[in-house]
Ligand binder design. Structure first.
Ligand SMILES: O=P(O)(O)OC[C@H]1O[C@](O)(CO)[C@@H](O)[C@@H]1O
Length: 356
């Protein structure tokens, strides 16, 4: 039988747990490098945005995350940059490979690549390749590889903190224990999402438009909702940062709009709740994905003991499942691949994806 998104979603817990067991495995010892540039596109850039704050806080580094094509052609390299990391699950996204080649030729900076394919062009291009450790994901709408990319980057941050003496061995162990708690909660998140989908299936499936709103570390999550819903459900879907939504996009809201609010602790939460209450006057279709508990039936509560920096690893899982289920309920035949010549035609990939 062909694997589906759900096949890989159900493998997420075991995969991440095995990565934890192998830690620090193939992670490089990065010492004395404080200004990192990360280049990635699609789900890979969303994954890095999701892990960025965790890594920055722990490893005391400054991370700039950029779209590689735009960066290569229009941005100016910060000469303080002392590490460049290209992230591509397939290792075959041309923009990431080309930007790394360009930087390697023009600047004396060490390059790393994070990929699940060590034989890929990205892996061959960089000075040091790091394995995402999932093997190949044979469904193009990536799920397991997405959370594994977040996780591996988090583990890289943790190991870097340790290598630079920023945390003790005991603190490193405590951090690994926190990550383990997060990983153990995945089956419960899957179950909760299944119940949520069954309840709201009809109105979600009938939606002409989806918007997700969040802030801080959740921005990676809402951006991945945008990517995953567009790839699978194939109706306009947008992830908008909370404050950005308040400066224009709110004019678009109408009674058909389905809106997801990502409710996480933080200073910005008051504004999120104000916005949610405001929009509830204009559409009935407001849903919340919340860290913690809730008795509200339109809230999908992720009851896991994680902080806001680890939360993006878990909060994306409901969106992965909803993307799959809503697409199937709409009658989109996901195993039937479409636009198979796209990547080569527009030169966004070095080769067609090897999908089931
Ligand atoms: O992580 P990669 O392999 O560079 O892929 C980036 C993006 O490109 C796609 O494969 C589409 O071309 C997306 O599914 C993916 O998110």
């Amino acid at each position: 039988m062909k694997p589906t998104m759900m096949t890989y979603i159900h493998e997420e817990q075991a995969t991440l747990s095995a990565m934890l067991d192998r830690y620090p495995h193939d992670l490089p010892e990065i010492k004395g490098k404080g200004t990192w540039l990360v280049l990635a596109t699609g789900s890979s850039i969303n994954a890095i945005k999701s892990a960025k704050y965790y890594v920055e806080n722990l490893a005391n580094v400054r991370i700039t995350v950029e779209e590689p094509f735009h960066f290569q052609h229009y941005e100016k390299m910060d000469t303080a940059t002392d590490l460049v990391l290209g992230v591509s699950q397939s290792g075959e996204s041309t923009s990431t490979i080309n930007a790394i080649k360009h930087i390697g030729k023009s600047f004396p900076v060490v390059t790393y690549g994070l990929t699940s394919k060590l034989s890929s062009e990205l892996a061959k291009t960089v000075d040091h390749a790091i394995d995402i450790e999932i093997g190949e994901e044979r469904v193009g709408y990536v799920t397991k590889g997405y959370v594994a990319t977040i996780f591996k980057f988090m583990l890289l941050g943790l190991y870097t903190a340790r290598c630079n003496g920023l945390i003790t061995e005991t603190q490193e162990g405590e951090e690994l224990a926190k990550l383990s708690v997060a990983v153990k909660s995945i089956p419960q998140i899957i179950d909760t999402t299944e119940v949520f989908f069954e309840k709201w299936k009809d109105e979600l499936t009938a939606s002409p438009r989806f918007t997700a709103i969040g802030y801080g570390p959740s921005v990676g999550v809402i951006k991945e909702m945008e990517t995953k819903f567009a790839e699978t459900i194939r109706v306009p879907s947008q992830g908008v940062e909370l404050e950005a939504f308040m400066h224009g996009p709110y004019f678009e809201v109408n009674g058909n709009h389905r809106m997801f609010f990502l409710d996480t602790p933080g200073e910005a939460r008051e504004r999120l709740l104000l916005l949610k209450a405001y929009e509830q006057k204009y559409t009935d279709y407001i849903y919340t994905v919340k860290l913690g508990e809730s008795s509200d039936e339109r809230t999908l509560a992720i009851n896991a003991d994680v902080d806001i920096f680890i939360a993006p690893l878990l909060m994306v899982i409901p969106f992965q499942i909803l993307a799959h289920h809503i697409a199937e309920a709409k009658g989109n035949n996901l195993p039937q691949r479409i636009f198979t010549d796209f990547g080569i035609s527009v030169k966004s990939k070095t080769k067609p994806g090897d999908y089931a």
